[in-house]
Design a protein around this ligand. Structure first.
Ligand code: 5GP
Length: 114
């Protein structure tokens, strides 16, 4: 058995982080090091998939749930427009190998991301 991911530990309450949204299969938290005015992470509760490529192949409905929750959160936390980023592979900056979507929103140009 590999060690539980940091996101599983957050979900289980071992590491403190406010869960801003939760459904049967996915949950969302604020990124600890935000790179935009709104920077949320949408994460499947299951740690079965390392990255979005594995997730898309293994459970496309779960990927669609992630996109749907990202859309809902962007409307709640910003004006509804958002950028969805899945870092895929260490060379692309992925550090947690439990698939998650970065939801970036709110004045992205001012944040230097436009
Ligand atoms: P990645 O680099 O794998 O695409 O994204 C992982 C993200 O998780 C990073 O943006 C990082 O700031 C965030 N992160 C890492 N540890 C924690 C934590 O303990 N709490 C929260 N809320 N975010 C974390």
């Amino acid at each position: 058995m590999s060690e539980p991911s940091i996101f599983t530990r957050i979900l289980e309450g071992e590491i403190p982080s406010e869960i801003v949204a939760e459904t049967e299969n996915v949950f969302a938290i604020r990124d600890i090091a935000p790179r935009a005015p709104v920077h949320l992470l949408v994460i499947p509760k299951s740690a079965d998939y390392r990255d979005v490529v594995e997730l898309a192949a293994g459970d496309p409905a779960l990927l669609a749930e992630i996109v749907g929750l990202a859309n809902t959160l962007a409307a709640e936390h910003a004006d509804g427009d958002f950028r969805l980023v899945f870092n895929t592979g260490a060379g692309a900056g992925q550090t947690v190998f439990h698939v998650h979507a970065h939801v970036l929103a709110g004045s992205l140009t001012e944040a230097g991301l436009g």
